[in-house]
Design a protein around this ligand. Structure first.
Ligand code: SAT
Ligand code: MN
Length: 592
């Protein structure tokens, strides 16, 4: 099998892992049609995939996971830097030596009775000098099939790796060797799950989970955690951001990037269908942005991914008609419910649930509890999105006009607030908080600090990360995008969302563009500049200016409590918290 690669470094590495993992057979994954079909046939024969009705949902499949393997596992995710301080207070740390000593025995013989898929992949557009190459080794055919959609997997990528010898090694095993005829459709090993990153040697080791970001290692592991470390060293940013292109009624083009925690509407915003006539939106990316400063001083963003791994529940014709079209064919669904017609369903897809469904646990749905898991997902190629921008794979990226930082906050945080400066924007990003969602394990709906929506994805000390953001702005702010805090999720006394959201979010972005163009003044608050109700086009929304007003009001007492909470949060970050951010907090305190 050494002949998969002729480069001695690559072949040697692969040989070493084959010896350790002891797979029964090996397959190089290059993503062609014939290979995809054989992966599908194999998964169907094992009961791991169900083919959906070919008329209702052509060439699409449903996978149901083990109920113990349904989300990203933050408690099992580790940053294994040599020094604990380099992982910082917000990451789980283990020394590389300790993690290797823990995981090497787990990998020993882990693929017995299974096939090893060798997946050469690229993150970043073809021909881009920012592209990063990786090889994922996995014993999961589901992961191989998903990687073909989510990353760029091809013969050409394999050859590029062979030629350069340059790649991020990413090892993945579900952690269940097969000894007899006792295999299960979704093998996993929850008692021994580790998602480990070695930032200094740029390696990823994952064991025990087959779900999402734990297993599709190009995404969170490489394009965020490892890339964030490389970005810091090389002077760029790897961010948990969507990228959206907007064309105004006058024909001006703007690109905005937005950081929101998992399952807070990035995919919906990335596929926004404007409700204000004349505006046009197009998608560049829905989850990750790599951002570099161009020679002209502007920031340029690329989407390193090739697909969407989107949250299904809540996605509907009303909330995201474009996502519905995107997943109308050639899609892998995971943990959705199966209808009796052989299609998929999830909470929110339609107002009433169809009868006779099989739920995500594989049994007839009894109407108790959700039919689809709250973190059920679709995996689909980005090229299938009807509103994908023609330049979405531009190797140089797109120039950003604004950055949005958003979370899920029922109160306090206004619909939109403009930061007073780059430094103030970095401060607002550093204190972002959001209610937890089903994207990760643990309780949902609990407000936690999630700076820059990067809490689970920053591969190094968060204080150093804040400093990197400050430095990245540099001395000159010329050409830098302005920074906006946004919150679509404010609720009224009846606990109902006030802002209609979705396509109406274009009204907020249009205000942002009015600010950039100097057309509106807004109103100063201690947090920054918010719109006056008269500056937001409400025609066609159910909101009157009076009903809008609370969306941009800041409750003074609430802000005092928030500042106290941030004070405590900052104290927990230790001495690597930049002094300039402490000064920003003092300034905010003085303003309220
Ligand atoms: O990390 S995943 O890719 O499973 C999804 C997410 O949390 O955004
Ligand atoms: Mn995400």
């Amino acid at each position: 099998m050494e002949n998969l690669f002729s480069n001695p470094g690559v072949a040697g590495w692969l040989g070493e892992w084959i010896d350790r993992l002891k797979p029964e057979s090996i397959e190089l994954v290059t993503g062609d049609q014939v290979q995809q079909e054989s992966l599908v046939d194999l998964l169907i024969s094992r009961g791991a995939l169900v083919r959906l009705d070919p008329v209702l949902r052509p060439n699409s499949f449903l996978a149901l996971s083990d109920p113990k393997d349904v989300a990203r596992l933050e408690s099992r995710t580790f940053i294994c830097s040599e020094q604990e301080g380099d992982a910082g207070p917000t990451n789980n740390w283990r020394s590389p030596a300790e993690m290797r000593a823990t995981m090497l025995p787990l990998y020993e013989g882990a693929m017995q009775g299974r096939k090893l898929y060798v997946i050469p992949f690229a993150m970043g557009p073809e021909g881009s000098r920012f592209q990063m190459l990786g090889i994922e080794l996995t014993d999961s055919a589901y992961v191989a099939l998903s990687m073909i959609k989510m990353a760029r997997v091809s013969k050409a990528v394999a050859e590029a790796i062979d030629k350069s010898g340059n790649f991020v090694p990413a090892i993945h095993s579900v952690g269940v060797p097969v000894t007899g005829n006792d295999d299960v459709p979704w093998p996993c090993n929850p008692e021994n799950t580790y998602v480990a990153h070695f930032p200094e040697t740029k390696e990823i080791w994952s064991f025990g989970s087959g779900y999402g970001g734990n297993a599709l290692l190009g995404k969170k592991c490489l394009a965020l955690r490892i890339a964030s470390v490389i970005g810091r060293r090389e002077g760029w940013l790897a961010e948990h951001m969507l990228i959206l292109k907007l064309t105004s009624p006058g024909g001006s083009v703007y690109y905005v990037a937005g950081a929101f925690p998992s399952a807070c509407g990035k995919t919906n915003l990335a596929m926004l269908v404007p409700t204000v006539p004349g505006w046009k939106a197009e998608t560049i990316g829905d989850d990750i942005a790599w951002i570099r400063r161009g020679e002209d001083g502007r920031l340029y963003a690329v989407n390193p991914e090739a697909g969407f791994f989107g949250v299904a529940p809540g996605t509907s014709e009303r909330s995201n008609a474009m996502a519905m079209k995107t997943v109308s064919r050639d899609t892998i669904f995971t943990n959705c419910a199966l209808t009796k017609e052989g299609d998929v369903w999830w909470e929110g897809a339609t107002e009433t649930a169809p009868d006779g469904m099989i739920d995500w646990k594989g049994v007839p749905w009894d109407g108790q509890g959700p039919a689809a898991h709250p973190n059920a997902r679709f995996t689909v190629s980005a090229s299938q999105c009807p509103m994908i921008a023609p330049e979405w794979q531009d190797p140089d990226g797109v120039p950003l006009s604004a950055l949005l930082f958003g979370g899920r906050r029922s109160d306090l945080i206004p619909l939109v607030t403009e930061a007073r400066s780059w430094e103030h924007g970095v401060f607002l990003g550093s204190i972002m908080a959001s209610e937890t969602t089903a994207a990760a394990e643990g309780p949902t709906g609990k407000v936690r600090r999630d700076p820059f929506a990067m809490l689970p994805f920053c591969g190094y000390n968060i204080g150093d990360y804040f400093q990197h953001w400050l430095d990245f702005g540099g001395k000159s702010v010329n050409g830098l995008p302005r920074i906006y805090l946004v919150n679509w999720f404010r609720r009224n006394a009846d606990h109902r969302y006030i802002w209609p959201g979705y396509g109406d979010n274009v009204r907020v972005i249009s205000w942002i563009i009015d600010r950039l163009e100097g057309r509106v003044r807004g109103r100063e608050t201690p947090l920054g500049i918010v719109p006056d109700a008269s500056e937001i086009d409400l025609a066609g929304t159910p909101l009157s200016p009076e009903e809008f007003a609370p969306l941009v009001e800041i409750d003074g007492a609430g802000l005092v409590t928030e500042v106290e909470d941030v004070e405590e949060y900052y104290s927990g970050l230790g001495d690597r918290l930049p002094k300039r951010l402490r000064a920003q907090l003092d300034e905010l305190r003085a303003l309220i």
